[in-house]
Design a protein around this ligand. Sequence first.
Ligand code: GLC
Ligand code: CA
Length: 537
Amino acid sequence: MKRTWWKEAVVYQVYWRSFLDTNGDGYGDLEGVRQKLPYIKELGADVVWLNPFYVSPDKDNGYDIADYYRVMDKAGTMEDFERLLQEAHAIGLKVILDLVVNHTSDQHAWFLEAKASVDSPKRDYYIWHDPVDGKAPNNWRSYFAPSCWEYHAESEQYYYHSFAVEQPDLNWENGTLRQEIYRMMRFWLDKGIDGFRMDVINLLAKREDLSDVADPYDLSYLANNPGIHDYLQEMHDQVLQHYDCMTVGEIPFVTPAEGALYVDESRRELDTLFHFQIADEMPTWDMLRFKEIQRDWYEGLKGKGWNSQFLNNHDHTRQVTRYGNDREHRIASAKLLATLTHTLPGMPYIYQGEEIGMTGVAFDSIDEYQDIAMRNRYAEEVANGRDAREVLTSLQLLSRDNSRTPMQWNTLKHGGFSKGKPWMSINPNYTYLNVETDLSQEDSVFRYYQRLIRLRRENPALIYGEFMDLLPNDPFIHVYERTLELERFVIVLNHSNHTHDVPLPVEGMELLLSNMVTEHEKLAPHEARIYYSSLRH
Ligand code: GLC
Ligand code: CA
């Protein structure tokens, strides 16, 4: 496939409100991100993805936007952003922003106008429906509420929201609205940003058939509806193709065949995607399913489009807690998972704190949780009569707050994140798990990431090489190869808490990188090795 800068890039995701607070208000800010650009550069990342920092009532941490053109006070000012962007570019880092255009905040001027009068031209920017038999039009749920319909008494109509009540969905059928969005995209691209991470972008088109669904909890009916590819092709044509930028679409509920429709290069839609087969189907580690998903996506996108590799982000519990071992093998496990995401086919994404092996949290009380998804679900279940303790426990492992606790920089109060009171409690393990401590240790996770990133950068086989699973049926050991022309890499991972034999044809190969020093005949728990050979020699 054609070589491009973004296919070779490693992305570092900054959830800025939890990254570094420079003015003591308890929220991380853009100035904090700017100050830490050298840190991100030193790690070896190429691109920084910033979660939304636009004006927002912050019901869903910035994913409910009230003004696409301005920066929210918590984050700082437009000058702060411009300075950040300029300094990032000066040290060779690209910056991509979150594009949230499936919905706005209910405080956006468009929605306020739409609500105020059925005759307003903005009314049609949103999706309205008359009651059916005096009730909501159907039984569809939304991500953050029991129904995707919210009644607006003054106009006696319901509006549609895929997420919280405070996040009304935009009506992409309206051509004027689409032009407004394209104008806004150009505004940011013209400032010099390098692309977008597109929030739930395959939800833009809505289902036309409004009948009840059999299982309202399976939200797939919200996504991939007819018309979506027309919108994305139009967006590409009118905006994206005119810039040297990258796009990554957040695309839930897709198989590889459907995913290919979004990123097939000949279709001119998106560059790459996040699919959610791992996150949705694997609440905890499932080696055989994981291997199958990797093989399927490799085959499905081969020669057509580009994948992404991630195991956590601001919505998904930290990978070492969810998919690894965050106790006695934390360091080895964090490195093994990194080895996976950096050597499988696709762009690797690092979520802040992952590079030191940060872990999830379990708070004692629902009051300590901030996540609207968790709080709303908790309230709904408790109102339905379920035991409050039990509900809390059942929601904890996958709560989005697991990965939203503040970044742990050092052993100072609040982990050096803030001199004020952090907007969200810090994980108490910051006393020994923090950047400063990690860097001072021989087996630093951060330094392992550095080596891994360098290795990938220097070896096109790890980026463009063919992929083959060499041990598809082993439930503990993962072995695969990446090959390009005369170069061959074999990656051997013991994703288990036990010792295993090295199962494979690695004789004569050079061990280039491993996450521990061990006896070579056996694989220690969570051991990861990268072997290399070249026919050139
Ligand atoms: C995406 C975001 C998530 C947000 C949702 C609604 O899934 O990653 O944080 O709540 O979209 O915008
Ligand atoms: Ca701040």
